[in-house]
Design a protein around this ligand. Structure first.
Ligand SMILES: Nc1ncnc2c1ncn2[C@@H]1O[C@H](COP(=O)(O)OP(=O)(O)OP(=O)(O)O)[C@@H](O)[C@H]1O
Ligand SMILES: [Mg+2]
Length: 254
């Protein structure tokens, strides 16, 4: 089981979109996948068409146990089988603590999870307690950014957090790399920021980047995987997420 966290300090850069794109690629490939919705906004739970059951991620973080994990896990409407969600909850914000008191709770919870090839953790837009708890459960972390000034500056903070966690409570955590999202072909400013990222982070800047395409929003709005969404733009996005998933799967597993 490979556990991949998707994070960024900055909001709205595409964490949920990258999580959903990777889940879509994994489903297409026949990988059994669990998406953990750690964001109190619950966006990935909604886009995956998941109806909450008896529990959610906050009840798991309140008191991790095999029973709590089972009660909080529900199927995605994307598929009959093979894609589940550890359901998001507004209450998870109560676990956004600064003192790391919860930092191992999700890792403990995932130790009782079996039967999945891949776990994807969609983190909230911060590097606070919830994201630290998410990353401490991961083998690999993906940092998402847009190619804009403020987002690029936030990448450095996220990379430093990953490094600090690796030297502290999450020794098995490694950065998988930086996904650059919402790239527009003919933007001079974006090209400059992409160049800047490549200079700063070299091979950690993952290829391909994710283009800005309305099809991604359309598929999300319809609670459908991008791999089944019609049209050339959706096919292009599907190919991008296939390649990013390939890259993630080359990381060593537990
Ligand atoms: N490549 C893209 N092309 C077009 N629209 C995109 C793309 N990536 C993201 N979006 C849209 O931008 C908005 C924000 O994306 P998303 O919710 O994935 O970001 P996020 O980082 O998860 O946000 P938050 O920080 O609130 O959790 C959404 O409406 C999404 O559909
Ligand atoms: Mg999100």
């Amino acid at each position: 089981m490979l556990v991949v966290g998707v994070c960024s300090l900055k909001g709205g850069v595409g964490k949920t979109s990258v999580t959903l794109g990777l889940a879509s690629a994994a489903l297409e490939r026949g990988l059994r996948t669990l998406v953990v919705d750690l964001d109190p906004q619950g966006d990935s739970t909604m886009a995956l068409g998941t109806v909450a059951g008896q529990g959610d991620v906050s009840t798991v973080l309140d008191a991790p146990s095999p029973q709590a994990v089972t009660a909080a896990t529900a199927p995605s409407s994307w598929a009959e089988d093979g894609l589940d969600v550890l359901v998001g909850s507004e209450r998870s914000v109560l676990h956004d603590r600064i003192d790391d008191s919860d930092v191992h709770r999700l890792r403990d919870a995932l130790s009782w999870v079996s039967g999945y090839d891949l776990v994807l953790i969609d983190c909230p837009p911060s590097l606070g307690g919830l994201t630290r708890t998410g990353l401490a459960a991961c083998d690999r972390a993906v940092v998402v950014t847009e190619p804009g000034l403020f987002a690029v500056m936030a990448v450095g903070r996220a990379m430093r957090t990953i490094d600090e966690l690796r030297r502290g409570p999450a020794p098995s955590l490694q950065p998988l790399g930086i996904v650059v999202n919402r790239v527009r072909a003919r933007s001079v400013e974006q090209a400059y920021r992409l160049q800047e990222l490549q200079t700063l982070y070299g091979p950690l800047v993952l290829t391909p980047s994710v283009p800005e395409r309305a099809a991604l929003q359309q598929a999300q709005g319809a609670a459908q995987p991008v791999h089944v969404w019609p049209g050339a733009a959706a096919a292009e996005l599907a190919d991008v997420f296939d390649q990013l998933l390939d890259r993630a799967l080359r990381a060593p597993r537990r």
